[in-house]
Design a protein around this ligand. Structure first.
Ligand code: TRP
Ligand code: ZN
Length: 881
């Protein structure tokens, strides 16, 4: 029998720490397999702590070499120590100094948590609970301390030594081949924000003068040879710093801001105070190796980590249940930044697409949890789309409810009142309640209730009375451990569109509180009456996606197509077209299942065509209008008894029908959009490429491109990665003549660049063909693949599991078994990465019975294994519950 699952952590059990640690002095003497860490902690009993209360520190796989209290070595029986815990049963009643020495093996640390080496560079990752893998500590975010760090290493191995805060001293260690550096961070911080880096790295530098007149040295550290690939990251950093001053009034607060790019990293990046550590994927970019999407990702992640300096670092979380306090808010801030840098409408559509494809399925399956959970077994598994993306939507709704000015006042109050604290969602909401003079009690349910609310909208027009009524019904579906839900406070932006494409202005609106065009939906069902409406309008509902809900309106396809052509809200213009596409694709999957022909309405093709050639619209927006919902999106909308193969076939049929019926327009527009030579990563140029590459996709999947000539030419003539990869995708996915040669030539060109090779893995892993599983197996033995590197795993196995619905969910169960087995192996090395990969199973219950049976068998096989990590165990158990 497997061991009992350890007790979960519960929000209601939160107690402030019994001891405070005002300062931490670390002395880290680095060696690849035997690093020595001396920690000196200034400990004080917290107010109200009874004399003699035991001091219990967290550890994780630690080896204690020495310990002393106020300079005296403690007797054996005066401490209780194990690799994951250190207790001093009866400490002094007043302040005392605790000194400890631990020994670590960075080379053996394959979990990438704590201190490890990535390509020879020593680096750390302490969020959420990695600091306890370095020394025993009160490793919780409400323990704020001032850190001074001495780092020592061999000079040749690690000429660069970096810590948090400002550098205060450096020098050689006499009589040795070693040197040291001392860093001091004056800002008290939780241990999860501690970081150090040591290695042989190249540096790219710049400067920034803050609005407060502080000159800040900006440095990006990368492996030698990558210096030329940092320009975009540096530019993004400077734009982020300026934007936070202009939009939120927040300036940087240290003299140095360092960024280090490492190859082995579990997530995107980490906001350690003054020393951000990045997955190199979110730093390095050159036109030949990075796509436009990569450039956008770098801009976003650089901004995100920088913005954490105020939302996360200056004001941090009281406990990990409050994770969305920093993550949801910081995602909101980075999304707003990118919207200001690029096109607001296009950015909004991209964010909503991401929310729907990542967060909605999470909310609809066994891993559903509230934006602020109340219980966890493994906090690593709560860095989710719900906490990040839905958390951001909740902040966006706050802004919508309060309006621009009151929202800013609420943010100012939050910064003012809580700077230097570890705080909660309640404290955050209180600031907006005060600044906006609004009651947010019902709104707070957004943090408590999991599940995507469904809003059903029904409309009625009475000509004689000039009256239009809109009935909105909300329902929050049951989710694990939350069977019954209360109605939420949902801001629904609505306009009524007249036949001439202008917004109608009603004489009165009754049945709900409104502010401007926002309807405050607060009850299970509300009927809103608009008077003075002389003609039958078409309602444009949930403009700008004003709330993260699933809208089911009674609008017929012709009304949706009217909005697709006329809505003055660009988001709804796109969403309406998507709605008709979705209806068409769902109907098509049913046809495929019944072996009937697929029907694509003429009016839909005409609407897509109209937007494709509309030069008053941005290129990127026109590209979005041409993009079909993905297979997983279609599956999500169908919701049950999913046959991924039928969905794949239906989507392919609709795509080639559109391609063939729009062929003349597609070829003409494609030709018109050829570039003018000079490459720029800016939004406008990227938008043009995105439109041209969607058109290329249609060409390659239609009769016009069947010989592969045009797509091969696109591939060969590409002078940037965006175009080259787009063509490679089409060649491989449509199995066009020459696709094998293209794969060979891509690999030959990019074999030395692991991030570019990730794209090569991904293209092959996402081909919806029976051979793909064998191909993926074979590619795990390719020299460019490494199961120890999270980016490689995501590019090959992760892409297969999440980007290839029909092959992952093969009818024979082999795809599901393969991913389960791979995750099981990976778990021995890197539990966090393994658990993340395994969450690809989260929608298994929605599959048709045969596939569902295979998925369940694979999960049960894992569940019966005693050796799973806490991370994997948590995902497996929740998937099965
Ligand atoms: N706080 C990081 C962010 O900006 C998330 C993160 C980075 C993380 N590395 C991690 C979380 C490792 C858990 C474990 O979003
Ligand atoms: Zn973050």
């Amino acid at each position: 029998m497997r061991p009992e699952t350890p007790a979960p952590v519960r929000l209601e059990d939160y107690r402030p720490p019994a001891y405070e640690i005002a300062s931490v002095h670390l002395d880290i003497r680095l060696a690849p397999q035997a690093t020595r860490v001396r920690a000196k902690l200034a400990v004080t009993p917290a107010e109200g702590t009874a004399a003699g209360t035991p001091l219990v520190l967290d550890g994780d796989e630690l080896k204690l070499l020495a310990l002393s209290l106020d300079g005296r070595v403690l007797a054996e029986d005066a401490i209780r120590v194990s690799p994951d815990r250190l207790e001093i049963p009866s400490p002094p009643a007043g302040p005392f100094t605790l000194e400890m020495e631990t020994e670590l093996d960075p080379d053996a640390n394959t979990k990438l948590m704590g201190l490890y080496r990535s390509n020879g560079t020593y680096c750390t990752q302490c969020e959420a609970e990695g600091f306890r893998r370095i020394t025993y500590f009160l490793d919780r975010p409400d323990c704020l301390s001032v850190y001074t760090t001495r780092i020592e290493a061999r000079k040749n191995d690690a000429p660069v030594l970096l810590g948090n805060g400002n550098p205060v001293a450096q020098g050689d260690v006499p009589g040795t081949d070693r040197h040291y550096a001392i860093w001091h961070d004056p800002h008290p911080k939780p241990s999860y924000l501690f970081a150090m880096v040591a290695g042989d790295l190249a540096r790219v530098s710049d400067t920034f003068t803050t609005s407060e007149g502080r000159d800040v040295a900006l440095n990006i550290y990368v492996e030698h040879g990558n210096e030329g690939a940092c320009d975009w990251a540096m530019d993004s950093l400077k734009r982020s710093m300026r934007w936070d001053e202009e939009v939120f009034g927040r300036a940087y607060d240290l003299d140095v801001f360092n960024i280090v790019a490492v190859s082995d990293f579990n997530m995107g990046a980490m906001e350690n105070k003054g020393l951000n550590i990045f997955n190199d994927k979110y730093v390095l970019a050159e036109p030949d190796t990075a796509t436009d999407q990569d450039y956008a990702g770098i801009e976003t992640v650089i901004a995100h980590e920088y913005f954490h300096n105020w939302t996360g670092n200056r004001i941090t979380c009281r406990d990990w249940f409050q994770l969305c306090l920093k993550e949801g808010l910081t995602v909101f801030r980075d999304q707003e930044f990118s919207a200001d840098q690029r096109s607001r409408a296009v950015k909004r559509i991209a964010d909503v697409r991401l929310l729907k494809s990542h967060q909605f399925p999470e909310d609809a399956g066994p891993l559903a949890h509230p934006v602020r959970p109340r219980l966890y077994h493994e906090i690593n598994n709560f860095y989710t789309a719900t906490v990040y993306e839905k958390g951001s939507e909740v902040v966006r709704m706050l802004k919508c409810l309060l309006g621009e000015t009151a929202f800013r006042a609420g943010m100012d109050l939050y910064f003012d009142r809580h700077d230097g604290e570890a705080t909660t969602i309640e404290a955050f909401l209180a600031c907006f309640q005060e600044a906006g003079g609004v009651d947010l009690a019902q709104f707070a349910l957004w943090y408590e209730q999991a599940g995507t609310p469904v809003i059903r909208a029904e409309s009625r027009y009475e000509k004689e009375a000039g009256r239009f009524t809109l009935t909105l019904r909300q329902q929050v579906p049951p989710t694990p451990k939350q069977a019954d839900k209360q109605p939420m406070h949902i801001p629904v932006r609505v306009a009524l569109m007249g036949r001439d494409g202008r917004e109608l202005h009603p004489a009165s609106v009754t049945g709900a509180e409104t502010t401007g065009d926002i309807i405050h939906l607060r009850e299970a069902s509300q009927t809103i009456t608009f008077t003075g409406i002389a003609e039958r309008p078409v309602p444009s509902i949930l403009r700008g996606f004003s709330a993260p809900v699933s809208l089911k309106s009674d609008l017929a396809d012709d009304d949706l197509l009217f909005l697709a052509a006329n809505d003055s809200d660009p988001f709804n213009r796109w969403a309406s077209l998507q709605g008709v596409l979705m209806n068409t694709l769902i109907a098509a999957s049913a046809c495929v299942a019944r072996q009937q022909p697929v029907n694509v309405p003429d009016a839909l093709v005409a609407a897509i065509e109209a937007n494709t050639v509309d030069t008053t619209l941005e290129h990127a927006f026109r590209a979005l209008c041409l993009q079909l919902p993905g297979e997983a999106d279609i599956a999500r909308e169908i919701g049950h008894d999913i046959d991924p193969e039928a969905i794949r076939a239906a989507r392919a049929a609709v795509r080639s029908a559109i391609s063939d019926r729009m062929a003349p327009t597609i070829t003409a527009e494609y030709a018109r959009l050829a570039g003018d030579g000079a490459f720029s990563p800016e939004a406008a140029a990227a938008g043009r490429r995105s439109l041209r590459n969607v058109l290329l996709d249609y060409i390659g999947h239609g009769a016009a491109g069947a010989d592969g000539a045009l797509v091969r030419a696109h591939f060969e003539q590409a002078d940037n990665m965006t175009d080259r990869l787009a063509a490679l995708n089409v060649l491989v996915h449509a199995a066009l003549p020459g696709h094998e040669d293209a794969l060979v030539s891509f690999a030959a060109r990019h074999k030395a660049n692991p991030l570019a090779m990730d794209k090569w893995f991904m293209v092959q892993a996402t081909a919806a063909r029976d051979e793909t599983l064998d191909k993926v197996r074979a590619l795990t033995r390719h020299p460019a693949f490494s199961a120890g590197n999270p980016n490689r795993v995501r590019a090959l196995i992760g892409a297969f599991a999440t980007g290839n619905q029909s092959q992952f969910n093969r009818a024979d169960g082999a795809g599901l078994d393969y991913v389960a087995d791979f995750a099981r192996e990976l778990d021995r090395r890197n539990p966090q990465a393994a658990a993340r990969l395994l969450s690809a199973f989260r929608s298994w219950r929605a599959l048709e019975p045969e596939r569902r049976g295979h998925a369940e068998a694979a999960l049960r096989r894992l569940a019966s294994d005693d050796g799973l990590s806490a991370d994997m165990r948590d995902i497996v158990d929740r998937c099965l519950q």
